[in-house]
Design a protein around this ligand. Structure first.
Ligand code: FES
Length: 402
């Protein structure tokens, strides 16, 4: 570790990222967005969901990947294997599955009833004799590379991925292995919100916690920022190839309201454990061993921010639709509540999440985008605690110029 320079703790560790302003062009340019689509989203591993969404043979869900101009079926086959396919019929291109999720033994295209097995093989063609030398064995659904990490399902639409999922996640992935994802991710709530903002405007909000003392001062801010750390300087920012990790303090002197105190007694609210324990957790969770720790984040490139704490998980995934429109997918995971008190606590946590994150953070996205597009300024300014945003831009440039 190098010594600090001018108090810029993170810059001194990653001087190669520089300290200058960052151009606004990547947030507003249709041309830049096209390059991101081709050189990033069509090339890297993308997080689709979790294995708990498809526990049984025949369970499937469909993800419309607008940014990759396709739709993907994720299915658990009769052999228990998870597979992914482009949701496109080999006959004349109709999507084979129209519903968002379900369970079945086959997929039948509603247009002319061509039928596919869960393994993607074409099983049945009505009036098959009418087709010229058709070879069913060559006309299955088009497979997509799929793999799992700690119960998270990833796909890669590149027909020949340049690296495996484990290689892609690398050291930062390994540093979170062993966190009790399966135990905690048993009760999932999802919010999907289409916002008129570039996907990086949305992601930036979750790559720094500098805004918490200000934007969230009425909702959740006081659970994190404290008189001794008023701007919520983090315990750790660390870079791992295209990915990053952050670790965030808690305010041990937080005085919750009576309702918050009651909810906190039976759960952890939304990452606000107020000095949660990371005992027995993997090295990437609370890596500095801080007593005043609330949560740690695995920020994986390009579009997912995964936050884990002592008892709950929050995940944000940003799906670009156009250069100025994004489908923001926000998820909370809690262990299944065993008592009414726990259920109350978790419901309170979700309500806090909606008020504190979806409303307050989300409220900035469209307004920020409209001003970025105004042309009034050409650059934005990033502080030392906003290192991960700077890193994201550098990584993007690397991919676009590769
Ligand atoms: Fe699917 Fe014809 S397009 S059966």
């Amino acid at each position: 570790m190098t010594t600090q320079t001018n108090g810029w703790k993170w810059h001194s560790q990653y001087p190669e990222l520089g300290t200058g302003p960052v151009p606004i062009e990547p947030y507003i340019s249709p041309e830049y967005f096209k390059r991101e689509r081709e050189k990033i989203f069509r090339k890297v591993w993308l997080n689709m969901g979790r294995v708990e969404q498809i526990p049984n043979s025949g369970d499937y869900f469909v993800k419309d990947l607008v940014v990759c101009q396709t739709s993907i079926i994720i299915v658990r086959g009769g052999d228990g294997q998870i597979r992914a396919f482009h949701n496109m019929c080999s006959h004349r291109g109709n999507p084979v599955v129209w519903q968002a999720k379900g369970r079945g033994k086959t997929f039948t295209c509603r247009y002319h009833s061509w039928t596919y097995g869960l393994d993607g093989r074409l099983r049945h063609v009505p009036d098959e004799r009418n087709f010229y030398g058709i070879k069913k064995e060559c006309l299955g659904l088009t497979p997509v590379a799929v793999d799992t990490w700690e119960g998270f399902i990833f796909i890669n639409v590149d027909p020949h991925p340049q690296e495996t999922l484990r290689e892609y996640l690398g050291e930062v992935g390994r540093s979170f292995e062993g966190y009790p994802f399966a135990e905690i991710a048993t009760d999932c709530s999802t919010w999907e919100i289409d916002v008129n903002a570039n996907w990086k405007v949305c992601k930036d909000a979750f790559q720094e916690v500098y805004h918490i003392f200000s934007l969230h001062h009425k909702s959740t801010g006081s659970a994190f920022a404290s008189p001794s750390n008023p701007y919520l300087n983090v315990h750790e920012l660390a870079l791992f190839g295209p990915h990053a990790r952050m670790s965030v303090p808690a305010n041990l002197d937080w005085h919750p309201t009576p309702v918050e105190a009651l909810a906190k007694r039976y759960g952890m609210l939304t990452l606000q454990k107020q000095g949660g324990s990371s005992k027995g957790m993997p090295a990437g969770v609370n890596p500095t061993g801080a007593q005043d720790w609330s949560f740690s984040g695995l920020i994986y490139f390009p579009n997912t921010c995964l936050f884990v704490s002592d008892g709950g998980i929050i995940m944000h995934t940003m799906w670009p639709l156009t250069e100025n429109r994004t489908r923001w997918e926000a998820r909370t995971y809690f262990p299944k509540a065993k008592t009414l008190a726990q259920q109350f606590s978790q419901e309170y946590g979700r309500a806090t999440f909606v008020d504190g994150v979806l409303v307050e953070d989300g409220g900035t996205f469209e307004k920020t985008q409209s001003m970025l597009a105004s042309g009034a300024k050409k650059e934005v300014i990033l502080g030392d605690e906003e290192l991960l945003i700077r890193h994201h831009h550098k990584v993007t440039e690397r991919y676009l110029n590769a």
